[in-house]
Write a protein that binds this ligand. Structure first.
Ligand code: BV8
Length: 239
């Protein structure tokens, strides 16, 4: 009854056509992080920030889950132990791929938040600055996104899962952003086997016991089929 905890990042959605952050032509090449992904940026120019997330919400709404999202849903369905998915992504491709109870530690494009009363509701496709909160009516709607300098969601629950993990996997994340990038160290400390699935070694790649290199749409289904005992494990890259 092994418990598997999986952290995903932008790389798992790349083959669904959603831009990652740190690729040459990625989101952070087109926008300054401090302008669009910080509370200060939102105060300085709320329209710039709301429009940035409107564009990403539209792009995400036109994307479909790929084989990697679907493989993780299959693992959740058929593995004989708990499979917890923690994502840094704000798209809903895990849910569209069939996964249940996904923990969105950096928030979600589909959710709106009231900066005044903390009420959450389903975000319209296009948000405008000063939209009223449906609950307290304050003109304080904002994207329900965790910006730099803000506390990610569900951290206590996530650390409890990491403490119980038999396997910790990181898929499609560059290991640049904390506290997510620190999860592998936390899991290892509690005895988990750690595996990184990515196109290349991440910034914390040397902390993983195992690496599976290649596009998520290939390496994730391969990994899942091995975990489910449907295929013979190939010689893993333990380098
Ligand atoms: C916080 C918003 C504290 C949503 C994002 C040490 C400890 C704690 C904090 C810090 C620390 N050091 C610095 C900090 C501060 C900061 C931080 O980490 N800064 C970094 C830049 C140094 N962290 C924070 O501010 C966090 N908050 O710590 O709060 C606190 C304490 C008390 C009270 C209050 C607060 C908040 C972090 C969340 C910020 N929000 N985004 C959005 O706009 O989407 S982060 C942003 O980066 C995204 O959410 C994204 O998920 C995240 C990580 O990026 P990746 O997902 O890894 O994407 P990236 O493009 O980087 O990489 C893609 C990867 O995929 C690559 O490896 C590539 O090889 C791979 N890939 C590509 N294609 C494929 C593929 N792999 C497989 N197949 C493919 N086809």
């Amino acid at each position: 009854m092994s418990k598997i905890v999986i952290l995903t990042g932008a790389g798992i959605s790349a083959e669904s056509g959603i831009e990652t952050f740190r690729a040459e032509d990625g989101l952070w090449a087109q926008h300054r992080v401090e302008d669009v992904a910080t509370p200060e940026g939102f105060i300085r120019d709320p329209k710039l920030v709301v429009d940035f997330y409107n564009a990403r919400r539209k792009q995400a709404s036109e994307a479909a889950p790929n084989a990697a999202h679907k493989a993780l849903a299959k693992l959740q369905q058929h593995h004989n132990g708990q499979v917890v998915i923690v994502t840094q992504n704000v798209d809903d491709l895990h849910e569209q791929g069939g996964s249940k109870k996904v923990m969105h530690m950096h928030g979600a494009l589909k959710s709106a938040l009231c900066a005044s009363c903390d009420h959450r509701w389903e975000a319209p496709m296009v948000m405008a600055t000063g939209d009223p909160c449906p609950k307290c009516k304050a003109p304080a709607a904002r994207p329900d996104i965790v910006w730099f300098g803000e506390m990610p969601y569900d951290m206590d629950a996530i650390f409890d899962h990491l403490a119980e993990a038999d396997i910790f996997a990181a898929i499609g994340t560059s290991g640049n952003v904390y506290p997510a990038a620190g999860f592998v160290a936390e899991a290892r400390q509690h005895g988990a086997h750690t595996v990184e699935l990515n196109l290349e070694r991440s910034a914390v790649g040397n902390q993983f016991a195992e690496h599976r290199t290649g596009p998520a749409s290939r390496v994730v289904p391969e990994w899942v089929e091995e975990l489910l005992g449907n295929t013979v494990p190939r010689r893993p890259d333990f380098r």
